[in-house]
Design a protein around this ligand. Structure first.
Ligand SMILES: [Zn+2]
Ligand SMILES: [Zn+2]
Length: 262
């Protein structure tokens, strides 16, 4: 049975390249599409089920790129456009292929906003509010929403199998104490590193340096930086970023399609 966690997108809200930006990072991504970063999302393959974590606006391109042909569950971290904007991309999959609504686990505070924004998707999703610290079980793999620091109600997800523990926190500024305790010693921390250089939003995001420090604080085996914007504050290319993290053992930068065996 193959169980894995896959980064579907590793970019922050504007994506890389952004259509309106000509920084060195965006220029690099235009010249070499392998360094492009679509908006943040992930896929957990349990062996029996494919679970999408977030539905960014780039969802269709991500599913085609990774040759994912089946979606069984969807969990959203929070109700920001870069994480929910691709919900409608699942409409034709449900109507033409799956022919059954997909369970959609939402932050409790986002339920009303979902129905207000997407009245046309009521036939596509069976909406379920997730609960913090509730363990959702898929065979021997569990997914547990844990509180993040991101202004609005936001979860990161702790993914656990008998072999590995992985914490995915694409949007957070550090971790609330109970969350840090629960993620202590994870094999993998995949976390928000939106800013290279100065952090413009220290209440809701982290910089590369802060993400590396968080990984050390929770004693993560490996820290993987994601939700990266290469054009905020200090623009950076993928090549420069790789060189900058090379001096930190156990730290690496995510890329679209990165797969971690669980
Ligand atoms: Zn957000
Ligand atoms: Zn985001």
């Amino acid at each position: 049975m193959v169980q894995y966690f896959k980064i579907m997108g590793s970019g922050a809200g504007p994506g890389t390249p952004s259509f309106f930006c000509d920084c060195p990072g965006c220029r690099e991504a235009r010249e070499n599409p392998a360094t492009a970063r679509t908006r943040s999302g992930a896929l957990i393959a349990t062996g029996q089920a494919n679970i999408l974590v977030d539905t960014p606006p780039d969802l269709k391109a991500q599913l085609v790129r990774e040759r994912i042909e089946r979606i069984d569950e969807v969990f959203l971290t929070h109700w920001h456009y870069d994480h929910f904007g691709g919900l409608g991309e699942l409409e034709y999959y449900v109507k033409l292929s799956r022919k059954d609504r997909i369970p959609l686990y939402l932050p409790p505070s986002a339920i009303e906003q979902f129905f207000a924004a997407f009245p046309n998707l009521i036939e596509v999703f069976r909406v379920v509010p997730w609960g913090f610290a509730v363990q959702y079980r898929f065979g021997d793999l569990t997914v547990t929403p844990l509180a993040a620091n991101h202004g609005i109600e936001t979860a990161g997800f702790l993914v656990e199998t008998p072999r590995a523990r992985l914490a995915y926190f694409p949007d957070t500024a550090g971790l609330p104490a109970p969350t840090a305790l629960r993620t202590e010693g994870v094999d993998w921390l995949v976390c928000d590193a939106t800013f290279y250089g100065e952090n413009w939003f220290p209440e809701s995001h982290m910089s590369v340096a802060e993400a590396i420090a968080l990984g050390r604080r929770v004693r993560a085996g490996r820290t993987v930086l994601t939700h990266m914007s290469v054009h905020y504050s200090e623009p950076v290319t993928s090549a420069e970023l790789a060189a900058a993290v090379a001096g930190h053992p156990g730290v690496s930068a995510a890329y679209d399609g990165l797969t971690i065996d669980l």
